[in-house]
Design a protein around this ligand. Structure first.
Ligand SMILES: Nc1ncnc2c1ncn2[C@@H]1O[C@H](COP(=O)(O)OP(=O)(O)OP(=O)(O)O)[C@@H](O)[C@H]1O
Ligand SMILES: [Mg+2]
Length: 474
């Protein structure tokens, strides 16, 4: 544990001295005070990581000192020393932001455990605060909703920025959940920041039944088909002067593709059931997560339409190609989910963050977003640890392994495996049996025989003397 600044306040000299000894031996820079008011003067000068204070003191009691200390420096973590009869005061203090309390008589191990945990929390809070700052400064940029600063994203955004200023049609390609929809909206907004020109009108080709797509897109006159009672403008018409976003264009039926092509070539179309030709000026952005080139080869997509749509091509990188953005995105989603669910924003433990950065994210940003929401809703401790993530993400990917010399008798190999598995499961016999695919009885029998044979004092079990244990695969 690196050095830290701790301030101890207790009006009883012997307590103060024993605490000072314990913490100095842990490498802390310690300052002790018998008078709480003097301690407060020192606290106000700053630089203190942890305040360790007794509860029953004069003229300030521990609760009053806590409140004043938090006012002086809200990042100081406060641990209380409680004795018989001060428990209620301790509970009150916890409600007022104390981190922990330790009961007297003091035990070295208990004191250090609590102090170390408080330091870890302080470190996490600081880390999250700087992440928040980073996020804030990023949010100040024009591309507000497109969180990220990875080189893959920046390269794409450079082209997107140019495209936004033009009226050229844009085809966005990218795996599911990468943010194609977000990018389309960004292009619209960036092209018309004041919002004076036209609307952003979206049509999702998978969300609308095939037979209604054409009517939705181009509109209709009364009597054009059964159920068409009133005239209805289509989305093409509504997007006049703005943006028409054709989402999932890859699955548009061929008949619709022909009509779209005509519109893209001449800007002309007719409402269903009408002979009147209408003209609309709009910019078309389309998105697909299927490969249009192979759809063309298979005869499912018109090549001429492809070239009309694909004036500017943008490929949104998969999340695994921009892992530098995961901290920012995760933080953003934790904050959003906490707000939505009326929870406090949990901290993301650095190990959990690392696990997130090592996962492949087949569902991309949407998967991360859902996972963060789940973590917020299920979280009880205020910190998201790797164990709170699904096992394929948070589980220790590095399988512990053992190296067994060729020629080792099989019986011994079995024992080695059982010993090492039990060590990994921290003695959980049922889990060890499950991992090894044997009945728990086998494990119990193994333990009985090893204790019968009991290795001579001082000699290690054969697991470590005959085999090499590693943390990586063989
Ligand atoms: N850069 C980003 N910053 C913040 N949130 C993002 C970003 N990109 C995507 N998201 C969020 O991720 C989710 C998925 O984004 P979006 O729906 O745009 O993806 P998509 O590529 O269109 O997916 P699909 O192919 O399934 O339609 C949305 O909830 C969106 O708000
Ligand atoms: Mg989409």
């Amino acid at each position: 544990m690196s050095s830290y600044q701790i301030l101890i306040v207790d009006d009883e000299r012997p307590n103060l001295e024993s605490l000072e000894r314990i913490l100095r031996s842990d490498g802390a820079a310690v300052e002790v005070f018998q008078d709480p008011q003097e301690a407060l003067v020192r606290l106000r000068k700053g630089g203190i990581d942890i305040l360790l204070t007794d509860l029953r003191m004069h003229p300030l009691n521990g609760l009053e000192l806590l409140k004043a200390a938090k006012l002086a420096d809200s990042s100081v973590e406060v641990i209380l020393l409680t004795a018989f009869g001060t428990v209620e005061l301790a509970v009150e203090a916890m409600k007022n932001g104390a981190y922990d309390f330790i009961t007297k008589p003091l035990q070295r191990i208990q004191v250090l455990k609590s102090v170390h945990r408080a330091l870890e929390k302080r470190r996490l809070v600081n880390e999250n605060a700087s992440l928040k700052e980073e996020l804030k400064s990023h949010l100040g940029q024009p591309q507000r909703d497109l969180v990220g600063k990875s080189s893959a994203l920046r390269a794409m955004m450079e082209i997107a920025g140019q495209a936004a200023r033009s009226r050229a049609n844009v085809l966005i390609e990218g795996e599911s959940g990468t943010g194609k929809g977000v990018l389309a909206e960004y292009l619209h907004r960036a092209g018309d920041p004041a919002g004076h020109q036209g609307l952003f009108v979206k049509i999702n080709c998978t969300a609308i039944p095939e037979n209604l797509l054409e009517a939705e897109l181009f509109g209709y006159e009364p009597g054009a088909f059964t159920g068409a009672v009133r005239r209805k403008k289509g989305r093409v018409e509504l997007s006049q002067g703005g943006t028409l976003f054709l989402d999932e264009i890859g699955i548009a039926p061929l008949t619709l593709q022909a009509k779209l092509l005509r519109f893209l070539q001449d800007g002309e179309f007719e409402r269903l059931g009408s002979n009147e030709t209408l003209r609309v000026e709009t910019r078309v952005i389309s998105a697909t997560n299927t490969d249009l080139k192979s759809a063309i080869r298979a005869g499912n997509f018109r090549e001429d339409l492809f070239y009309r749509l694909n004036v500017v091509h943008l490929r949104v990188p998969a999340l695994r190609e921009r892992i530098e953005d995961i901290p920012l995105l995760a933080k953003k989603f934790l904050e959003e989910s906490a707000k939505k669910n009326g929870r406090l924003v949990p901290l993301l433990h650095p190990d959990a963050l690392e696990a997130l950065q090592h996962y492949a994210w087949p569902g991309n940003i949407r998967e991360l977003q859902n996972l963060m929401e789940r973590a917020v809703v299920l979280n009880r401790t205020g910190v998201i640890e790797p164990s709170n993530l699904p096992s394929e993400i948070g589980g220790d990917q590095r399988q512990k392994s053992i190296v067994i010399p060729v020629g080792t008798p099989l019986r011994q190999v079995e024992r080695l495996l059982m010993d090492e598995t039990l060590r990994t499961t921290k003695g959980d016999k049922k889990l060890a049996a499950k991992l090894l695919g044997v009945h728990p009885r086998t494990i119990y029998r193994h333990l009985e025989t090893t204790s019968d044979e009991s290795y001579p004092e001082g000699k290690e079990s054969p697991s470590l003397s005959d085999a090499v244990c590693e943390n990586s695969s063989i």
